[in-house]
Design a protein around this ligand. Structure first.
Ligand code: SF4
Length: 493
C-alpha cells in the first residue's frame, strides 16, 4: 500500500529545480493546465452575474467564519439529532487516532476511501496501514497515485503529472498486487483505462463495510454533508458500506441550503468547467434501510483556528478547493505539484500550508516565495481570495518574524534562518529612502561608475542574480533628469 508522505521533503527551490528539468512532467502539466484554463474561461463567461456570484461567495464565507463557533455547534446538534456522531479533532494526530479507533471498533481490516484532501493532510493512509488496516482509494486519479506509489500533485486531478502511457504501465504492473489485475493487452485509450479501473474497483465496492470520506460542504441548518464529484465512485462509497466516517475541515460549514446554492454554481465552473457537477451526494445522519447504519463526522481543526486569528491570512479559509488558481499559475505549471511538499499545491498551497503547519521548516518557510505575484490566481478565484496579498504578508512573517497565533496562543515568531541578507538590504533601503540627500549622492555615484558594475552580485546576493540579470544603472537618475528638464517646476528636496 502507498505509504508515501510529504514529510521531510526539500524546500520549494530545491524541489522545483529537479522538477523543472523533467521535460515529460512539464509537457504533461502544460497540456493539462492549458486545456482546463480555456474550458473554465468559457464556462464562466456564460454567466452574466459571475462577479456578483463571486462577491456573494466571499461574503457568505466571511460571515460564516466570523461566527464559526455558532455554526459548528449548530451542525453538531443537527448531525447528532439525525443519528450521527460528531468527534472534534484539534490536530492531525487526534484525527488519525479517532478514525483508527472507529475502524478498529467495526472489526474490519479494509476501508474504502473517497477522495479527501483532509485525510491526506493528516496522513491517514499511513496511520491506518500502521494499524494493520488497508485503505483503498476509489477516485480514479487517486487510484493511479496509489497504485504508482506516488503522491498527488493537483487538488482536483491528483495524477495530472501522468500521461496515458504512464497510467497504462502502472495499471498493468500494479493492479494485480491490490486486487483484480488489469486485463491482458490493456491499451492506453482513456475509455479502456477507465473500464479497467471500474472493474478493479467494483470488487471493492461490493466487499467494503467501512468507508472514509471528506466533504465539500456541511450545511449547519440541517446537519447535511455534501460531496460533489464527476465519476460516481464517491457515491458508491457513501452509500454501500455499513459505517461511514467523514473527516472534514471546520471551515467547510455553510449556514443554510440557500448559501450552498452559491457554491454549487461557483465550484463546478471553476474546477471542471461544468455547469453543474455530474454527482452531488448529500447525507444527513443515518436513515433506516438506506445507506450506512453508522455515521461519524470528524471535525478537523489542525491549524484552522490559528489561521482564523490572522486578520490578513484568514481569507484562505474561504477556499472551496476548486483548483482554478493552480491551472493559471505560471510557477505551478513549470514546477509541478510535488515541489510544494503538501497535499495543497499551487498558489493556494503556498498560502494555506504555511498557515496550517507554521513556517518552522525550510520547506514551509519557502512556500510564500513560490510565486511571481502576477495576480492571475486572484483573478480566477471564485471566492476572491487575494492570494498575492497573503503571500506578501507571509513573506514578511518569514523574513521579519512577528506576532502569530500558534495552537490558540498569541506568540512572536522569530525570523526564519537564511534571510539575513534580505533583511539587511531592506533596512539599508529604508534608511536611504528616508535620507533623500544620501539617495541622490548614491545615485550619482552609481551612474558615474556604471561601466564597472558586475552583472552578478557577489556573496549572499549571488543567489538572487543566479536566475536574474542585474538591471543596468541609467547614466542619469530620474531626479537629475527632472531638475534639468523641468527647472521651473522645482524638485522635491
Ligand atoms: S484559492 Fe480560490 S481558486 Fe484556488 S482552489 Fe481555493 S477557491 Fe479555488
Amino acid at each position: 500500500m502507498s505509504g508515501r508522505t510529504h514529510l521531510g521533503m526539500p524546500s520549494f527551490p530545491d524541489a522545483s529545480r529537479t522538477s523543472t528539468r523533467n521535460t515529460t512532467l512539464r509537457a504533461n502539466l502544460g497540456h493539462a493546465t492549458r486545456t482546463i484554463r480555456g474550458k473554465r474561461d468559457r464556462a464562466v463567461a456564460e454567466l452574466a452575474d459571475w462577479d456578483r456570484l463571486r462577491a456573494a461567495g466571499a461574503a457568505v464565507k466571511d460571515r460564516t467564519l466570523r461566527h464559526l463557533d455558532h455554526y459548528l455547534e449548530q451542525l453538531e446538534e443537527r448531525v447528532t439529532a439525525a443519528g450521527g456522531r460528531v468527534h472534534w479533532a484539534p490536530d492531525a494526530a487526534a484525527a488519525r487516532r479517532i478514525v483508527t479507533d472507529l475502524v478498529r471498533a467495526t472489526g474490519e481490516r479494509e476501508v474504502l476511501k473517497v477522495k479527501s484532501m483532509a485525510t491526506q493532510e493528516i496522513g491517514l493512509n499511513t496511520a491506518l496501514r500502521q494499524a494493520g488496516i488497508a485503505a483503498y482509494e476509489t477516485d480514479l486519479a487517486e487510484l493511479i497515485v496509489q497504485l504508482g506509489d506516488d503522491l498527488p500533485s493537483h487538488i482536483l486531478v491528483p495524477a495530472i503529472h501522468r500521461n496515458r502511457a504512464e497510467i497504462r504501465e502502472i495499471f498493468t504492473t500494479r493492479m494485480g498486487d491490490w486486487g483484480r489485475p488489469a486485463p491482458e493487452g490493456l491499451g492506453d485509450d482513456p475509455a479502456e483505462l477507465a473500464e479497467a479501473a471500474r472493474r478493479h474497483l467494483r470488487e471493492k465496492f461490493l466487499r467494503a463495510r467501512v468507508a472514509v470520506s471528506g466533504a465539500n460542504f456541511m450545511v449547519a441548518e440541517t446537519g447535511t454533508l455534501v460531496v460533489v464529484e464527476s465519476e460516481g465512485n464517491g457515491r458508491m462509497c457513501l452509500t454501500l458500506p455499513e459505517t461511514l466516517i467523514s473527516v472534514v475541515g471546520i471551515e467547510k460549514v455553510v449556514p443554510t441550503w440557500q448559501d450552498l446554492e452559491i457554491y454549487l454554481q461557483l465550484l463546478p465552473r471553476s474546477s471542471t468547467a461544468e455547469r453543474m457537477n455530474p454527482y452531488t451526494s448529500t447525507w444527513t445522519g443515518t436513515t433506516d434501510g438506506d445507506g450506512p447504519r453508522e455515521f461519524h463526522l470528524v471535525l478537523l481543526d489542525n491549524g484552522r483556528t490559528d489561521t482564523l486569528a490572522d486578520t490578513v491570512g484568514r481569507q484562505v479559509l474561504r477556499c472551496i478547493r476548486c483548483s482554478a488558481c493552480l491551472n493559471v499559475c505560471p510557477v505551478y505549471e513549470r514546477a509541478g505539484g510535488h515541489a510544494y511538499g503538501s497535499p495543497y499545491p499551487g498558489p493556494i498551497g503556498a498560502v494555506l500550508t504555511p498557515q496550517l503547519r507554521g513556517t518552522g521548516t525550510a520547506l514551509d518557510a519557502s512556500l510564500p516565495f513560490a510565486s511571481s505575484l502576477c495576480g492571475a490566481c486572484y483573478d480566477v478565484c471564485p471566492v476572491a481570495i487575494d492570494i498575492p496579498e497573503v503571500l506578501v504578508h507571509l513573506r514578511e512573517r518569514v523574513v521579519e518574524g512577528g506576532p502569530a497565533t500558534v495552537r490558540g496562543t498569541r506568540t512572536t515568531i522569530r525570523p526564519a534562518a537564511g534571510h539575513a541578507a534580505e533583511r539587511a538590504a531592506m533596512r539599508a533601503a529604508t534608511w536611504l529612502l528616508d535620507h533623500p540627500g544620501a539617495l541622490r549622492s548614491g545615485q550619482r555615484l552609481a551612474a558615474r561608475t556604471r561601466r564597472l558594475h558586475p552583472r552578478r552580485l557577489p556573496g549572499p546576493g549571488a543567489a538572487w542574480t543566479a536566475t536574474r540579470d542585474l538591471p543596468r544603472v541609467p547614466a542619469e537618475s530620474f531626479r537629475d533628469w527632472w531638475r534639468r528638464n523641468r527647472p521651473e517646476e522645482g524638485t522635491d528636496r
